[in-house]
Structure formats: structure tokens, C-alpha cells
Design a protein around this ligand. Structure first.
Ligand code: SF4
Ligand code: SF4
Length: 213
């Protein structure tokens, strides 16, 4: 089964299982989702968030929408992907909701179901970053940078790279970027151990927040 078919199936299974009870779905599958029902809609988080007017939906609004069963609108918005983890909302919420964690939990769940808006930059970069890191246990800055520049094709990659070349040269001179990393780069000593830890963490997460079970 292709990845997109698999995601589609996971989404349909979740819809069938929870029917109109989106709050319960969030409680079962989203990190700290059990807190959503505690929101008293005071609006302090919306007023405290540095994104303010730039949100499509503030945390306050998202929590209200979850309770109102607006499943598609919530999971397909990119609002939660804009959260910068500044924790302003968390320190001010009178109900002590772990808002930041819920925002990231909603983003992760939407990703598991394949509902993230296409080309969402935070999701794209996070995926690139993670795939780069998981390969050797260390970030290969050169490949990460090139992967980011060339994500939309050769021409736009060359244009971006040329536009950034003076910064790139300064980073090489300051030993912050090593051109030789293109040949594989350095990794950690116990890569197998690292991969076993990741596999176990994934298994635990799937059990806790799995999309279809
Ligand atoms: S500050 Fe807390 S209680 Fe108030 S709207 Fe935001 S999440 Fe809800
Ligand atoms: S942690 Fe995220 S949601 Fe909360 S105030 Fe900061 S950016 Fe906004």
C-alpha cells in the first residue's frame, strides 16, 4: 500500500471510530489532549501569543473548535505549525493547560493522518531535519542546507544557493560548515544503539497515541 493510501486509511479509520466525538479522539491520540475540556475560553492565551493577529486559529479558538467537533478544520489548519514554543500562553493560562504541548500534539496527529497542508514550511523542514539526523545520529549541516535549498527543484535551489553564498563562505571560514561533509559526514559511535532507542520510542508513542488503534 502506498504511503498516501495508508494515511488515507488511517484517517478513515479514525473518522469511523470516533464518528462525531472529535474531543474524545483528541483525548485519545493527541499529546495532553485530555486537557482541552478544561479550557474556559478566557482568551488569555490568544492575547498572549506573539503571533496574535497572524494565527488563522488561536489556541483558544482551536480548543473551542475541537469541542464543537470541527475535525477537518482543526486538523487541516496550519495554525499549530506556527507555534514557536515560547510558552507565554502556558505561564498565563489560569487553568494551567499545557497549551504548547497540545499545539505540537495536534500538529503531530495531523501529520500521522496525512492532513498537513501541502508545502507547510515548518513540517517540511522538521521532516528534512529529522531524516538528516536519524541517518547518522548527528546533523550533517551541509546536506541539511542543500536539501532545504533544493527542495523545490534544481533551478530554485541554484538561485537560493547563489543568494546565500556570502553567508555560506563565512560559515566555511568560521568552520561552521564543512564542504567535505558532502561525502557522508560524521556520525555517532553506536548508531545501532541509537536506532534501537528511536525504534523503541516510536513503538511507545504508537501505542500511546496511535492513529488507528
Ligand atoms: S488561557 Fe487557558 S483557559 Fe484561557 S482560553 Fe487559553 S487555554 Fe483556555
Ligand atoms: S507557546 Fe505557541 S501558542 Fe503559546 S504563546 Fe507561544 S507561540 Fe503562541
Amino acid at each position: 500500500m502506498s504511503e498516501s493510501n495508508q494515511l488515507n486509511t488511517l484517517n478513515q479509520q479514525a473518522v469511523a471510530r470516533y464518528q462525531n466525538n472529535f474531543l474524545k479522539e483528541v483525548e485519545d491520540h493527541v499529546e495532553e489532549g485530555q486537557w482541552v475540556k478544561m479550557c474556559m475560553q478566557c482568551g488569555v492565551c490568544a492575547g498572549s501569543c506573539p503571533f496574535g493577529a497572524h494565527w488563522e486559529h488561536s489556541p483558544q479558538k482551536l480548543f473551542m473548535m475541537i469541542r464543537a467537533g470541527k475535525r477537518e478544520e482543526v486538523l487541516s489548519t496550519d495554525s499549530m505549525w506556527l507555534c514557536t514554543s515560547c510558552y507565554n500562553c502556558v505561564v498565563r493560562c489560569p487553568r494551567k493547560l499545557p497549551i504548547t504541548h497540545i499545539m505540537h500534539g495536534l500538529a503531530t496527529y495531523a501529520r500521522r493522518l496525512g492532513l498537513v497542508p501541502k508545502g507547510q514550511p515548518t513540517e517540511e523542514f522538521a521532516t528534512l531535519f529529522w531524516n538528516n539526523l536519524a541517518k547518522t545520529g548527528r546533523i550533517n549541516e551541509l546536506k541539511l542546507t542543500l536539501g532545504h535549498y533544493f527542495k523545490d527543484g534544481l533551478i530554485s535551489g541554484i538561485k537560493t544557493a547563489l543568494g546565500m553564498q556570502s553567508i555560506g563562505i563565512k560559515m566555511v571560514l568560521a568552520k561552521r560548515l564543512n564542504p567535505m561533509e558532502i561525502f557522508g559526514g560524521h556520525g555517532i559511535k553506536d548508531l545501532k544503539g541509537f536506532q534501537a532507542i528511536i525504534a523503541k520510542a516510536r513503538e511507545i508513542e504508537d501505542k500511546k497515541h496511535g492513529a488507528a488503534h
